[in-house]
Design a protein around this ligand. Structure first.
Ligand SMILES: [Fe+2]
Length: 210
């Protein structure tokens, strides 16, 4: 799947008064998650000789947040439980005839994956199931996603995401720590420099509309 085709899909689903800005946020975040994921994949290969499907990782990282747009109204106000964007994204991708293998990246990326117990506890409005990463590729994208935020765009330290996950469910913190043991910590320095100016500008805009 070509990057330009995935971008077109994002253009199709971004909507409302600020559609270009929101598209820019989600797409830039997706590119960042792609880069972090590929970095992890390359490390796995170098350190352990474990090869993962990099094309699948690229597509999965670029598609994973396609459900984000529908969580907001035309004024960029949140209109749904945010955790639902994973399942919503999965449904969109299936409707768009994207393979289940790729669509699963949307379904399983939220936090470290959501389990049945949490769906009940949080009264999440979608069918009960364990929406957790299964393949290494899915795990890598879910893990990488925790190092960058879209709400107030910026990079997150491991400890910051760990605290957030622990606050939701300590089980999630355990899984996140296991991911770190498997995949290590990504080197974000280069990306932090590359996107510094973009973050400053986009957050000025985010602050002005929120
Ligand atoms: Fe994401």
């Amino acid at each position: 799947m070509r990057q330009s085709d995935i971008y077109k899909l994002h253009q199709k689903y971004s909507h409302g008064k600020y559609k270009d800005k929101v598209l820019q946020i989600v797409w830039t975040h997706s590119l960042i998650v792609k880069n972090i994921s590929l970095q992890i994949a390359e490390n796995l290969e170098k350190e352990f000789g474990i090869k993962v499907d990099k094309n699948l990782i690229e597509a999965g990282a670029l598609l994973h947040d396609i459900g984000f747009y529908d969580c907001f109204d035309d004024d960029y106000k949140k209109i749904c439980q945010y955790v639902r964007h994973g399942k919503m994204g999965y449904d969109i991708l299936i409707k768009e005839k994207i393979s289940r293998k790729k669509a699963r990246f949307a379904l399983t990326h939220v936090g470290v994956g959501i389990n049945k117990e949490q769906i009940e506890k949080e009264k999440i409005d979608f069918p009960k199931g364990n929406y957790v990463p299964i393949s290494l590729e899915e795990e890598i994208v879910a893990y990488a996603d925790n190092f960058h935020s879209k709400g107030h765009p910026g990079f997150n330290l491991f400890e910051e995401s760990l605290e957030e996950l622990n606050n939701i469910n300590p089980d999630y913190g355990v899984i996140f720590k296991r991911f770190k043991e498997k995949f290590g910590l990504p080197d974000l320095k280069e990306m932090q420099n590359k996107y510094k100016k973009w973050h400053e500008e986009i957050n000025e805009w985010v602050d002005s509309v929120k």
